[in-house]
Design a protein around this ligand. Structure first.
Ligand code: IPE
Ligand code: IPE
Ligand code: MG
Length: 236
């Protein structure tokens, strides 16, 4: 019997094309996409999920036109500010993965907002929601390696201590369980620098539906249809 999925991660793709197809500004697709996130959060606990991870803004998405980047940052500001109480009411803990350092590219007010939402939901014991913002899988691994090297230099660690488990603690995901399933909407079949370390034994589903057209009900159907997958983790 297949063990139930506890952690599903989403590459929320196809927002821009969804909007363009409807003669709307790309940002309208991102706005609509935020509703999909809400719909998924509503059903996730009833599907037995303990963690959901959303890829919201990659370390490469800074290459987009300034107007779109600013619009996305405004949307994040609006989303976190307006949802904070709802997250707390629903016992949801929010964790932001990505480069949140003051030397990084996120503006100070966005970093402060992230720190506030993380701190105010830290005690929540229900669903854990990871938002990946200014996140790249390679960047995460490099930052972890730098942090470990710093600790060696400061005499806090020995090089010989390093193993997979210890290295994981330096990653943004810490000791969280790896995603069982990664779903990418929008029709493309690639990883786009998402959870490179954590996806080693994840299942993948690439679906044609654009992110704004996806919802909790479709997630439910997809999980039910996936129950017979045999995950061997290298064994027989
Ligand atoms: C994904 O949708 C959201 C972000 C990357 C912020 P896109 O904006 O990439 O939408 P498409 O892929 O261009 O349709
Ligand atoms: C991946 O989508 C990043 C997010 C969903 C945040 P992209 O649209 O940036 O990926 P590529 O450029 O198509 O690979
Ligand atoms: Mg895209």
């Amino acid at each position: 019997m297949q063990e139930a999925y506890k952690h599903v991660a989403f590459i929320m793709d196809g927002n821009g094309r969804w909007a363009t197809k409807r003669g709307l500004a790309r940002l309208e697709g991102h706005r609509q996409g935020a509703k999909t996130v809400e719909s998924i959060l509503k059903v996730a606990p009833s599907l037995g999920l303990e963690t959901v991870t959303f890829y919201a803004f990659s370390s490469e998405n800074w290459k987009r036109p300034e107007e779109e980047v600013n619009g996305l940052m405004d949307l994040l500001r609006f989303y976190f500010t307006s949802q904070l109480n709802k997250l707390k009411d629903n016992n949801i803990r929010l964790v932001v993965m990505g480069d949140k350092s003051r030397q990084g590219r996120l503006s100070d007010d966005v970093i402060e907002m992230i720190e506030r939402v993380e701190a105010e939901t830290e005690h929540c014991t229900g669903l854990c929601v990871n938002f990946c913002i200014n996140y790249g899988g390679r960047d995460e691994i490099v930052r972890a390696a730098q942090h470990f090297a710093d600790d060696v230099e400061r005499g806090l660690r020995f090089v010989g201590d390093l193993d997979e488990r210890l290295f994981s603690t330096y990653l943004d995901s810490g000791l969280q369980k790896d995603p069982d399933l990664i779903i990418r909407t929008g029709g493309d079949q690639r990883i786009s620098n998402f959870l490179l370390w954590q996806c080693s034994y994840s299942e993948f589903r690439f679906i044609e539906t654009s992110w704004p057209d996806f919802d909790g009900e479709q997630l439910k159907a997809l999980l039910l249809g996936n129950q017979t997958v045999d995950r061997r983790f290298g064994a027989v």
